[in-house]
Design a protein around this ligand. Structure first.
Ligand SMILES: Cc1ncc(COP(=O)(O)O)c(C=O)c1O
Length: 428
């Protein structure tokens, strides 16, 4: 079916058809939202953040400031994803997805643009950790070491510890003392045997945004190593420029600041000259053709009996089909984020975190996020974590308590100062 015919066929499709009857506010959105048009309140020079709030029905249920765990989707993304689930219900058939092929490439193009990469450097991925593992499995780490920090995502550090245990990989892990680090801190851990420095651009623990990524990259390169960055807590919320920052390999899923919805879909960036050289594909997947009878009537004698050609470009890192709902959700969300503009998103979140940074310590919750940090994630030490969470829950305020007593607050585009003030009031 042609895409245009298909889109028309969706007219009149309601949320009840996908069993969302209980979410009444969402039901009406689905019928009225056109995901092909970005709304006027985000396309102007200065977005109207009061109206942005209406794009996220989640705000009607509670004060949600746990976007570093999972970001709610906006109504345009939900609508676009709804569209593809309708397609899978009614029209699915061609496994290679011709009706949506353009969206697939557009999704990669837009993500590439968001991080200043070339589309030829972007593969679809299953998740951040999967991609980091794919990179590690595709590298020759024999006899080398890897430099990490304790602010790298802890589930990823598990993978390095397993490689240490199984393969004797040497790990040099920098232990942060004040919840931050610089290239200078890593210098003593890096040597000519270092194959990789792995960082988390924005920490899920305290939101620490690595300031001197380029200096860390220079340090890696001067020693013949590469720089990997887990960018899941950054992209969509803070500017990410892989070229200016000297990031060689990066990965993220879309369910956090990319607002893409479902888990299990993301992006894997591999610098062009590292593809199939320093980072070889670790899952081997592609097509072949048999060039002999009875497969073909007239075998081509100039060709091999089993014809295959190794994948070129970033698709060498992809296995089978991408998650189509993931692609569509990400594409729509990136359009939304681009329309808002990363600078506007930052400026909006900064006023919220600035107030938290000023007021929370006064209320007896010291911050473990460095002063002047440029990300929307802040963490505070709680004397009585259970009591604080009980109070917040009964006031319908949703934040995260992590690592025992660290309250992580991560406001986004749909939050406002009234949300922050209400949280302060409840905690005071
Ligand atoms: C910094 C960081 N990296 C990785 C992940 C996991 O991501 P994924 O599910 O894409 O592997 C998370 C999730 O919380 C995270 O905060």
């Amino acid at each position: 079916m042609e895409r245009s015919t298909f889109l028309k066929s969706l007219a009149g499709v309601g949320a009840t058809t996908i069993g969302l009857g209980s979410l009444s506010s969402f039901k009406s959105d689905i019928n009225t939202i056109n995901p092909d048009l970005m709304p006027a309140h985000i396309t102007g020079l200065i977005p109207d953040f009061a109206k942005v709030r209406d794009d996220f029905p989640r705000v009607k249920q509670e004060i949600y400031m746990d976007n570093a765990s999972t970001h709610p989707t906006n109504i345009y993304t939900s609508s676009a994803v709804h569209r593809i689930t309708e397609w899978t219900k009614n029209d699915v058939g061609s496994p290679w997805w011709p009706a949506w092929a353009d969206s697939k490439q557009e999704c990669k193009n837009r993500f590439a643009q968001l991080i200043n990469a070339d589309p030829g450097e972007i593969a679809f991925a299953r998740s951040t950790i999967t991609s980091e593992n794919d990179m590690l499995n595709g590298m020759d780490l024999t006899g080398g070491n890897v430099v990490l920090t304790d602010l790298h995502y802890s589930e990823s550090i598990y993978g390095y510890k397993m490689r240490e245990l199984r393969d004797g990989l040497k790990l040099n892990i920098f232990k942060t003392k004040d919840w931050q680090y610089t290239a200078k801190d890593l210098e003593p851990l890096v040597n000519k045997k270092t194959k990789l420095i792995a960082i988390t651009l924005v920490s899920n623990v305290n939101g620490f945004l690595v300031k001197d990524v380029k200096a860390i990259s220079d340090l890696a390169h001067a020693n013949g190593a590469i720089l990997y960055a887990d960018i899941i807590q950054g992209v969509g919320a803070v500017p990410v420029d892989v070229k200016a920052m000297g990031i060689d390999v990066a990965a993220c899923s879309t369910f956090k600041w990319l607002q893409g919805g479902g888990k299990g879909f993301g992006f894997f960036y591999v610098r062009k000259d590292l593809q199939d050289t320093v980072v070889r594909p670790s899952h081997l997947d592609g097509g072949i053709a048999f060039n002999y009878a009875p497969w073909v009537e007239k075998p081509d004698s100039s060709r091999d009996e089993i014809i295959f050609s190794p994948q070129k470009g970033p698709s060498m890192y992809e296995v089978s089909y991408p998650n189509y709902e993931g692609v569509i959700g990400a594409l729509e969300s990136i359009k939304y984020i681009n329309a808002l503009g990363i600078t506007n998103i930052r400026n909006h979140a900064r006023q919220l975190t600035d107030r938290l940074a000023k007021e929370m310590p006064r209320l007896g919750y010291p911050s473990i996020t460095p002063e002047g940090n440029e990300s929307p994630i802040m963490s505070f030490i709680c004397k009585n974590p259970a009591e604080a969470m009980r109070k917040l829950e009964s006031a319908k305020i949703h934040v995260a308590m992590r690592f025992g007593n660290k309250m992580r607050i991560s406001p986004s585009v749909f939050n406002n100062l009234a949300d922050v003030d209400r949280l302060l009031e409840v905690l005071s």
